[in-house]
Design a protein. Structure first.
Length: 563
């Protein structure tokens, strides 16, 4: 279900004013225009939700358009991943899947039209020379020595560029605007470059390709887009897009810029994400530590949580950074309602209950989700030998430690109160290898005699009935909220968290999790929310930690409401 975008924002206000004045005949037509040169990330989710959400709210349409103008960096893999991500978020572009490459012939004609109007010329300067001639923010650029070529010569050279007569980088087609403009984007920008690369859709038909800046606005125009919604980095490009549309005298969409999403402990630059993959810092684009939609989907995030997060952060005109705790809070809110509960022991410590009958097995009743009584209950086996988490025992506990320790008592979740009577240690390492306990048979949970209280309840699994699993309790990929907060001479990589991936090989889970399949989400009681990883296979069960149970954002939000 797509969320209802009830909070107003400046983009909604613009659209509503356009509808009142019957601008564009009352149409609302948006688009989501990714470049197929990488996987989508959480920042793209904000744009997807905004474009598709606004179109749905106002009875309009939203296109999915791939701006595929640079075949040297694009791949069908990225196209397929983008389609999957948009669908996963809950949006449907129906039959409106388009590509900038659909318009290559038309864009070429537009370029010829500008040449004929003496608004574009073929330039022989190299890329480095173009940068040198461009000037700076405080100094104007200088004209290319090829700027005064005749229309006839430019038409001839551009046709020969298309025919493949010149090598890569030998010539470009540039717009003839103003080399003294205070906006550097208006200083005769490149419209076409020679790029002898095979395109994933057009093959080897073209050896010249339009730049993103030349193709973007015209593609919007061809599709009849009414509201071209972009992030703020395109604000300085808007005068250029307007210039092209006006000079070509074609339909003129309205471009509106909003602040992109920045998130703590995260990088959202495609260049950096690609570096993480290519340099082996992560296992791929879908590594659960990555902020890609493929990565967070694999980690166990739900589309509902992502949509709710995008709605809550809203739409602003100024860039800011959102605390990742807010994203995690939205996820917990969603999973708390839908995720079944199970017990799992990640770092097993053997417990033997000496006064419990050796061959006895009880079936105890456990609640599947206290937030949803309709999810019912399940049976979990209880026996003489159990596993508890090693962190729930201390041989020499600090003052405020209320879990199991020599001579102390705890309640086992859904079961009995036990008391630690003795500790067995490994003869070689001195590490505690087993705890000998006794239990109080009158304290079974739910029984009439179970009113005796203790200060702590811990989780457990029956040793003989439990199943083995590998669990990956992921942490943030970066050590600091701002990965660019580095010492002199270092770069953002120096803040990579060396402990972001931990693999626990011999975890023990309650038997109800046998047969769990990839994508299943659940809560391990007291430990957090987890998801079955695609690495799971017959005889090997793998879980990713999706998010912990700690929720600092809930406390912040509660305090704000009180204030």
């Amino acid at each position: 279900m797509i969320p209802n975008y009830t909070p107003t924002n400046f983009i909604r206000n613009i659209i509503e004013e356009d509808l009142k004045s019957n601008k564009n005949g009352g149409r609302v037509h948006t688009r989501f225009p990714p470049e197929p040169n990488g996987y989508l990330h959480i920042g793209h989710a904000k744009s997807i939700c905004l474009n598709f959400g606004l179109a749905a709210e106002y009875g309009g349409l939203c296109n999915l358009r791939f701006d595929d103008t640079n075949p040297s960096k694009e791949d069908v893999e990225y196209v397929e991943s983008i389609r999957a991500d948009v669908r996963w978020l809950g949006f449907d572009w129906q039959d409106r899947e388009y590509y900038a490459s659909d318009y290559f012939d038309r864009l070429y004609e537009y370029a010829v039209q500008l040449i004929k109007a003496d608004k574009a010329y073929v330039c022989d300067l190299s890329a480095d020379e173009i940068r040198e001639y461009r000037g700076t923010l405080t100094e104007p650029g200088k004209d290319s020595p090829y700027r005064t070529r005749s229309v006839e010569e430019n038409l001839d050279l551009f046709e020969r560029m298309k025919a493949g007569e010149f090598p890569d980088g030998a010539r470009t087609l540039r717009a003839k605007i103003d080399m003294a403009s205070p906006n550097l984007n208006m200083r005769d920008p490149v419209m076409y470059r020679i790029l002898p690369a095979s395109h994933h859709r057009t093959g080897d038909k073209w050896c010249i390709y339009p730049t993103y800046d030349f193709a973007h606005g015209q593609s919007d125009s061809i599709e009849g887009i009414t509201h071209s919604i972009c992030t703020l980095e395109f604000e300085d490009h808007r005068p250029l897009y307007d210039w092209f549309l006006d000079e070509l005298n074609i339909f003129h969409p309205q471009q509106i810029e909003f602040a992109r999403l920045n998130l703590t402990y995260t990088v959202l630059s495609k260049r950096r994400l690609l570096a993480l993959v290519e340099e082996g810092h992560v296992g791929g684009w879908d590594d659960p530590r990555m902020p890609t939609l493929a990565g967070i989907r694999r980690r166990g995030y739900t589309p509902e949580a992502i949509r709710n997060f995008c709605e809550r952060i809203g739409v602003a005109k100024r860039n800011s950074t959102v605390d990742i705790a807010m994203l995690e809070h939205c996820l917990r809110e969603d999973l708390n309602k839908r995720a079944p509960r199970f017990m799992a022991v990640l770092r097993p410590l053997r417990v033997v209950i000496d006064n419990y009958p050796e061959n006895r097995v009880e079936e105890l009743e456990a609640v599947n989700n206290p937030e949803d009584p309709g999810m019912g209950t399940r049976k979990i086996p209880f026996s003489r030998v159990l596993y508890i988490d090693r962190e729930d025992f201390r041989e020499d506990p600090p003052k405020e430690f209320f879990r199991l320790a020599p001579g102390s008592e705890v309640r086992l979740r859904y079961a009995y109160i036990i008391k630690c009577a003795d500790v067995v240690k490994d003869a070689k390492t001195g590490e505690v290898s087993e705890i000998r306990c006794t239990y109080d048979p009158d304290t079974r949970s739910g029984s009439a005699k179970s009113s005796r209280k203790v200060k702590a309840t811990i989780h457990w699994v029956s040793a003989v009935h439990s199943i083995e699993a590998e669990v990956r309790p992921y942490d943030h990929l970066f050590l600091k909220p701002d990965p660019d907060d580095v010492e002199e001479g270092a770069d953002w990589r120096s803040n990579l968290n060396p402990h972001s991936l931990e693999t626990l090989k011999s975890c023990r889970l309650e038997p109800n999790l046998a047969g769990a399949t990839p994508g299943m989400r659940c809560q391990f009681e007291r430990l957090g929310y987890f998801c079955v990883d695609p690495d799971t296979s017959e005889g090997k069960l793998v879980f990713n930690r999706t998010v912990t149970l700690r929720d600092p954002w809930a406390k912040i939000e509660k305090g704000q409401k009180k204030g």
